[in-house]
Ligand binder design. Sequence first.
Ligand SMILES: [Zn+2]
Length: 368
Amino acid sequence: MPSINGALILPDKIINGQIDFQSHIEKIIELPHTLNQYILPGFIDCHVHGGNGYDTMDGITAIKHMSHFHMSHGTTTLLPTTITAPWSDIIHALHSIKEVMEHKTLNGPRIHGAHLEGPFINPLKRGAQPPFCILPTPRKIQEALQTECIKIITLAPEIEHAQEAMQTFSQHGIRVSLGHTLASYEETKNAICTICSSRGTPGATHLFNAMPSLSARTPGPIPAFLCDSVSYAELIFDNHHVHHANMQLALQTMQDRLFFVTDSMRGAGQPDGLSTLGGQGVFIKDGVARLENGTLAGSVLTLDQALRNAIKKGKNLLEAAKLVSTNAAHYLGLKDRGEIKEGLLADFTILNEKLEVCEVWINGQRKV
Ligand SMILES: [Zn+2]
C-alpha cells in the first residue's frame, strides 16, 4: 500500500506521521522523529478563470491546461470560472467544463463543476467583467440549469428577477454567491434569508472586492456577511486585492466560513506584460493585473502563494490549511475531502520547508 510521511496538518493538530492510503486514507500513524515536509489536504479553488496562458472561456483544451497549471501549485479540486460574456459564449464554456468533468483521461485535478461569475451581476459594479450583464429571467435560469454543471453562481441580489433566481438555484443545490453588487445591508440580509429558506448555502464572492465599502451609517453588504452565522466568503489573498487587516477582521468574525480563492486569469504563471481577460487588454506588472483604466483585473495568484502570504501575515499552518482547503470543502458540501482524516480521499499537497509545492497526490496517485 502506498504511504507518505511528513508533518501532517490534521484538522486540529500537527503531528509527525505516516499516511497509508489507496484511493482513500486508510491509516494515520504517529512517528517519533521530526520530518521536514508538510502534508496538507489537497487545495480547493472555487473561483479560477485561468492560468499559464489559458482561460476557461477558450474551451476544452484550455480548461485542461489551466487545471494542470493550478494542480502544479497544489490545487486538487477546482471550479473553472466563466466571465461575463455574450450568453451563447457562456453556455458554450459551460458545456466544455461539463465535457472535461466527464472526461476520464484528464489526468489532472478534480473538476467539481463550474462557477458562473456573471452575467447576472450589477452592470454598475462589474469591476473587470466585460459589459455583457443580463437579467436572470426564468428562461435564462432554465438554460443555465440545463447545462448540469454549475455549482456556484455569483449574483447581484438587487437586480430584477434575482429573488426567483436565488430561490431556484438554491433549490437545485447550486451555491448562490452574492457579489459584483451594490446591494445595501438590508438587501444583502434579505438575500441571505432567501437563500437559506430555499435550502441553500449563502456565500460572498471575493469579499471586500466589487461591493460597497463599509461606512458608518451605510454599512453595505460586508457586515451582513461578517455578522451572520451561515454565510461563507471567498477572499483573494494576493497582497493586492485585500488588506491583511480586513482578512483578519473576516477571519475573526467568520472563522471557519472564510476560504481563499485565486480568481486568477490566464496571465497567472506568465511573465509580466500584456495579457487578456474576457477579450479586454490587461497589463500585468509585479504580480498585479490591471485593465487600461487601472481597475484590478482578476489576479495572477495561485493557492500555494496565498498560503505563503497568510503565513507571512502570522497565520499558522493549521489555519492556512483551512483557508486553502477545509473551509471550501465545507462550503461546497464535499464531505469526502478537505481534511487529512481516515476514510477521506487521498488528495494531498506536500510542501517543502520553504512551503513550496513538491508533490501533489490525487485519489492516491502522484500527479506532481
Ligand atoms: Zn472572477
